[in-house]
Design a protein around this ligand. Sequence first.
Ligand SMILES: [Zn+2]
Length: 462
Amino acid sequence: MALRFFNTYSRELEEFAPREAGKIDIYTCGPTVYSRAHIGNFRAYIFEDLLQRHLEARGFKVHRVMNITDVDDKTIRGSREAGIPLTKFTEQFKEAFFDDAETLRIKRADEYPSATDQHYIDKMISMIGALIAKGLAYQADDKSVYFRIHNFPNYGKLAHFDLTQLQSTGRVKHDEYDKEHIGDFALWKAWDEKDGDVKWASPWGPGRPGWHIECSAMATALLGDQIDIHCGGVDNIFPHHEAEIAQSEGVTGKKFVRMWMHCAHLLVDGQKMAKSLGNFYTVPDVLAKGYTGRELRYALIRVHYRTQLNFTWEGMNEARESLGRIDDWLRRLREIAGDESGIAPGHEFEDALDDDLNISAALGFLFETIRETNRAMDRGELDPATAGSWLQWWNRVDAVLALGGQEIEIPPAVLALAKEREQARLAKDWKKSDELRDQLSALGWEVRDSKDGQKITKRAGA
Ligand SMILES: [Zn+2]
């Protein structure tokens, strides 16, 4: 079956073939490291992980780049408020991002370029210079450099956006008076005192890059002028990805991206996630409720990426139940399976994912298989060779889902003791904290204290 994906650019399902047979380049917009990423961000990263793993299962060699945005308004504001240098401020959230990605079993990208790397800053500056030379950018009186959207006729094509609307609804902020058009976006932001020591030299004076040019520069520097697939969340479509197209194509004159894929929003209890609503969750928040990374991965992967996902605790419990069914099934199969293999299971699972990553159909097939083989085992009719074949098939499927049960589950009693210990530490009751550590140790668990709180691991040999 041919691969087909929904291309945001055309708003149509399109058959997908990479530029070079057998190889696929993917660029995915990564985190802005000013706070810990929330589970909505990770929903998009898990969708990208599913995409990569499926393409690899189909025999493609995938080269994936994910950028880290470590300079923008939010990171600068955060570092100023924390009173620490920008790099020190962003470092902690970079680390947290990689921790959480590992908890959720997200494969590492091949490269994680950082926007503040001088190599990429140079590339951004050279792209901005090229855009000015082509009349696609200009330096305004405020010394910042802006993209001139009126000279790029395709601007708005990705978002299916009407530029005249932009004029009528846009409220002009004080610092945007210098622009020729309200929709013109900053390529280079002139330094001002709020930026502190965050600045780079450029032909237009000291300043820093705009967020959009960061991605255009890192994407083309690492993957070339043209990319097979570019992903992100729907909130990236406008203006971020629209701007990426304008900048990249403005410089190269070549079509930047073949396939634009975007992941829908995540809601919590039917509402948009917001700190003010108290429904804002990070990965550690979910783990603190006693769930595992594997369970959260399942809850985030099971809904088709273009459908809004409503996160609920009930949904987490359903995820736990579904994984329990898989675990029980595998245990039964392993009891029966012999060394020889029998029937060769077909490719229904992979075929479903070929169709715009139809995860519902793929999981539907998995659970139908579980039901049928369980019934055969109930009747004592599943022979060792067939059981062995289904185990082999599961290995193939799990290379894509990454839901296998290798994870060590922390028993509720251990979690309760660990929580008690954390409270003791907060109350500076060191004696009690040490006693609880000993109790945990006697149960075979070790706690380590890190700046993200304590980490619980099974003691080696326990
Ligand atoms: Zn981006």
